[in-house]
Design a protein around this ligand. Structure first.
Ligand SMILES: NC(=O)c1ccc[n+]([C@@H]2O[C@H](COP(=O)([O-])OP(=O)(O)OC[C@H]3O[C@@H](n4cnc5c(N)ncnc54)[C@H](O)[C@@H]3O)[C@@H](O)[C@H]2O)c1
Length: 291
């Protein structure tokens, strides 16, 4: 918790996939004006559809009234031009887990965003924040605000400060997450994978290796962890939910940072990503899904 008040009205979200749409949703539901940047009209439309579907699910599940759903929809704006985020007080980047792409976006945001005290945040799962901070002329305002999937449901936010992030940026980001979005913040130092993925990814990779070696079936591995350890979901189904591409990218960041075999991606994961078997969002991963 923090005592810092945050005066926030205008938020930008870059990327409207699984995570960006969730982040935009919770911001819009908190009454913030949200400008979302997607790569093209098709992706923006897919993002809008995902958001509206999620809000409608909230309405039918009794989580919000019709008026609240309409107000949230009214707070959401879409663009394909990053320059439309110029007047934002906080921007959360949530594009694919690709270091080069994220660095390029931070470089552009630094040039475009006009407010001198704007916070430039990344939802990266694993890329060290320092790498994004040094792409800007204001690394003290760059921070990791790492949400969890699905964002409207899971309370956790990991706040990741680099060696250059200022205390003021950290305090205002903490206030945004706790006071505006009512999330539960944990703090991590700037190491690839932070807290949760540094622990989670080796576990997911172990499950994939176990299946790949013929040791056990996907169903039995997942059932083992659900019924034996009370996990809400087994590791292969969870990998499908996260996205196999994201899991692979996070494993590669961890492996690049620590050079530990436990972070090395198993060949089956790489082959499935090459085949486009990305999990739930693609309709098929370790399991098949209706889209
Ligand atoms: N999937 C998870 O469970 C999860 C959880 C926490 C954090 N993350 C992190 O969140 C980020 C996004 O992951 P995701 O699962 O939402 O991926 P995703 O593939 O579902 O969505 C990424 C979106 O970014 C868009 N995009 C790509 N380049 C862009 C650009 N230049 N400008 C604007 N939009 C662009 C794509 O069109 C796509 O819609 C990654 O950094 C990932 O590591 C993912």
């Amino acid at each position: 918790m923090t005592d810092t008040a945050i005066n926030l009205e205008r938020v930008g979200v870059v990327g409207c996939g699984l995570m960006g749409s969730g982040i935009a949703e919770v911001c819009a539901r908190a009454g913030l004006d949200v400008m979302i940047r997607e790569i093209d009209e098709v992706a923006a439309e897919a993002g809008r559809a995902r958001l509206v579907k999620s809000l409608d699910r909230g309405l039918s599940g009794g989580k919000m009234t019709e008026g609240e759903r309409d107000a949230a929809v009214g707070n959401l704006h879409f663009t394909t031009d990053l320059a439309d985020l110029a007047d934002r007080q906080l921007v959360v980047e949530a594009v694919v887990e690709d270091e080069t792409m994220k660095i390029d976006i931070f470089r552009q945001l630094d040039r475009l965003v006009t407010a001198e005290d704007a916070i430039l945040a990344s939802n990266t799962s694993s890329i060290p924040i320092m790498k994004l901070g040094t792409a800007t002329g204001r690394p003290e305002q760059v921070i990791g605000i790492h949400f969890f999937n699905p964002v409207p449901v899971l309370k956790l936010v990991e706040l990741v400060t680099s060696l250059m992030t200022s205390d003021d940026t950290a305090a205002r980001s903490d206030a945004f997450a706790t006071e505006v979005l009512h999330k539960h913040v944990i703090r991590s130092k700037d190491r690839a994978g932070f807290i949760v993925n540094a622990l989670l990814i080796p576990y997911l990779l172990s499950a994939i290796r176990m299946m790949e070696s013929g040791f056990a079936s996907a169903d039995d591995i997942d059932t083992g962890m659900v019924e034996g350890c009370s996990h809400p979901m087994g590791p292969l189904r969870l990998t499908d939910l996260i996205g196999l591409d994201t899991t692979l990218a996070v494993a590669e960041s961890l492996y690049a940072e620590f050079k530990e075999p436990l972070y090395a991606p198993p060949p089956l994961l790489s082959r499935m990503v090459e085949a486009g078997l990305l999990g739930r969002k693609a309709g098929r991963g370790f399991y098949e899904y209706q889209r």
